[in-house]
Ligand binder design. Structure first.
Ligand code: ZN
Length: 439
C-alpha cells in the first residue's frame, strides 16, 4: 500500500552540514573516510510535496490550544489557527477532517538501540535492528539511536548508516557516538570530531556508570569526555550531551554530583537515564534536576514490589515534586535488551525494550487521570529542548509536520512524520523502500 503523498521526487538532504559548512568534496576533513561523505549525500527516496489541510484537530501543542486547522506544506506546518478558508483548487490541497480528535506533537524517543542492542548473554542475545514502522507505529517521529553494552561488534559506522536509513525512510533520526565504555568508540578518532564533522551525531552515549558492565570510569575520564562533548556541541550547534546509562550499583549518581562540584561544566551536559530503576537513585536524580540536569526515565516493565518506579509512576512523582517540570523526559530503550543478573553477574532472564512502551506509558498516565498537557512535555517539548531541536516537539507555525492523533480510547489513530502519513485510521500506510521498488 502506498501513502497518497509519497511521490518519488529526486531530492537531497537539506542539512548535510559538516562543522557548519555544506558537505562537499572540499569540506570533508581528511580524517573522515570517503564513504561517510557518500552516505551523507545519498538521495532521499521520496519527499512529500502536497499541501494538506487538517481540519478540526484538538491541538495539544503541548499546551491545549483547542480545535484548530493545520496547514501542512511539504515537511512543515505553515499555518495553525481557528479556521482556514478553503484554498483554490489549483493548489491541489488534500483536506482531511479529524472531527475534534486530539492532535499532539510526534513523540521524540531519545534512547533507542536502532541497530538492535543486547549481546551480554552471548552472540545469540544480539537484538535485531528496528524498522521505521516499529517507531511510527508507536507514535515516534524523531529518534536518537545509540550503542550500549556491545560497542565491540557494533560500531559508530553501522549506527550512523542505520540512522541515515531511518532519515531516508522519512522520520527524523540522530545518533550518539560512543557506547557503554571509555575511551569511547568513535568514527573520526575522538568525540569532538564525530560531533563537529558528522551531521547526524549530536552527543555521546550511553556511557555506563555504576554498572558492572561499565569500564569503571574514573571521575577524570568522565570529565574529559563530558568536556569534549560540551565544546563540540557548542561548535556544531548540537545537543552536546553526555547521555549516561545508570546501572544498579550503590554509587548511583555520586560521580555526576562530584563532576558538577569539581568542574565548570554546565549541568545540562550530564543527562542520566534509567534513573527510575531504583527508588533511591530516583531521589538522587531529582536532586540533579534541581541542579540543572535533565533526567530521563525509561519505560521498562516494572513488577509489583520491585524496588523501581515505572516511567508513569516516576513521571507523576517527579511532576508532584518541586523539581523543574522541563527537566524530565521519558524514553523507550527500544531495541535494547533488559537483562536480569544474579549476584555473580550471570544473566538469569532477558527481555527486549520496545518503542511502543512510550505511547503505552502515555496511555497509562491518561487512564490514571493525568491531564494530557501535564505529561506531554516529557515525551515531546522537553526532549526537543535538551536535544537542541527547535523545530521538534511542538505543534505550531514553522514547526516540522510531526503529528500524532489520538482516538477517544487514547490509542494512536494517525501518525504523520515530516509531512508524510505512516498511520491512518489506526493502520500503517507507508510502504518500506524495498516494497516500493518491487511494484
Ligand atoms: Zn542503558
Amino acid at each position: 500500500m502506498k501513502a497518497a503523498n509519497r511521490l518519488p521526487v529526486e531530492g537531497y538532504e537539506d542539512d548535510n552540514l559538516v562543522g557548519g559548512a555544506r558537505l562537499g568534496p572540499g569540506t570533508v576533513p581528511p580524517a573522515i573516510p570517503a564513504w561517510v561523505y557518500y552516505q551523507a549525500s545519498a538521495p532521499r527516496t521520496s519527499v512529500p510535496t502536497m499541501i494538506q489541510l487538517l481540519r478540526n484537530v484538538n491541538i495539544f501543542a503541548p499546551e491545549p490550544l483547542g480545535v484548530n486547522d493545520l496547514l501542512v506544506a511539504g515537511e512543515q506546518i505553515v499555518w495553525l489557527g481557528a479556521r482556514l478558508p478553503d484554498l483554490p483548487d489549483a493548489l491541489g490541497v488534500e483536506t482531511l477532517d479529524f472531527e475534534g480528535r486530539r492532535g499532539i506533537p510526534g513523540l521524540i524517543d531519545g534512547h533507542v538501540h536502532v541497530t538492535g542492542g543486547g549481546g551480554e548473554s552471548g552472540p545469540g542475545s544480539r537484538v535485531p535492528p528496528l524498522s521505521v514502522d516499529d517507531l511510527t507505529g508507536g507514535g515516534i517521529t524523531t529518534v536518537v539511536g545509540l550503542l550500549g553494552t556491545d560497542d565491540t561488534t557494533r560500531d559508530t559506522a553501522s549506527l550512523l548508516a542505520t540512522t541515515r536509513g531511518l532519515v531516508s525512510d522519512g522520520v527524523s533520526a540522530y545518533c550518539l557516538t560512543g557506547g557503554y565504555h571509555l575511551p569511547p568508540v568513535t568514527l573520526t578518532g575522538d568525540v569532538r570530531g564525530d560531533i563537529v564533522h558528522i551531521d547526524r551525531i549530536i552527543g555521546v552515549g550511553e556511557v555506563a556508570i555504576s554498572d558492572h558492565r561499565s569500564s569503571q570510569p574514573s571521575l577524570r575520564e568522565l570529565l574529559r569526555v563530558a568536556a569534549d562533548t560540551h565544546v563540540a556541541g557548542m561548535m556544531a550547534g548540537k545537543a552536546g550531551i553526555l547521555h549516561l546509562h545508570l546501572g544498579d550499583g550503590p554509587r548511583g549518581l555520586d560521580m555526576v554530583q562530584e563532576a558538577l562540584a569539581k568542574s565548570e561544566l554546565p549541568a545540562r551536559v550530564f543527562n542520566p537515564t534509567h534513573v527510575n530503576r531504583k527508588r533511591a537513585l530516583f531521589e538522587q536524580a531529582i536532586g540533579l534536576a534541581h541542579a540543572g540536569c535533565t533526567i530521563d526515565l525509561t519505560a521498562f516493565p516494572v513488577t509489583d514490589g520491585q524496588d523501581a518506579w515505572s516511567a508513569a509512576d516516576g513521571l507523576v512523582r517527579y511532576l508532584d515534586s518541586e523539581a523543574p517540570p522541563e527537566h524530565v523526559t521519558v524514553s523507550s530503550d527500544g531495541g535494547g535488551c533488559l537483562p536480569e543478573f544474579d549476584d555473580h553477574g550471570r544473566v538469569v532472564r532477558m527481555d527486549i525494550g520496545r518503542p511502543h512502551a512510550l505511547v503505552g506509558t502515555l496511555k497509562v498516565l491518561l487512564h490514571s487521570g493525568q491531564p494530557l498537557e501535564r505529561i506531554l512535555p516529557a515525551f515531546t517539548s522537553n526532549v526537543a529542548r535538551i536535544l537542541r531541536l527547535p523545530h521538534k516537539g511542538r505543534l505550531g507555525t514553522g514547526q516540522d509536520a510531526d503529528l500524532v492523533v489520538l482516538d477517544e480510547h487514547d490509542n494512536i489513530s494517525d501518525v504523520m512524520a515530516r509531512g508524510r502519513w505512516y498511520v491512518r485510521g489506526s493502520r500503517p500506510v507507508a510502504a518500506e523502500v524495498f516494497e516500493r521498488s518491487g511494484d
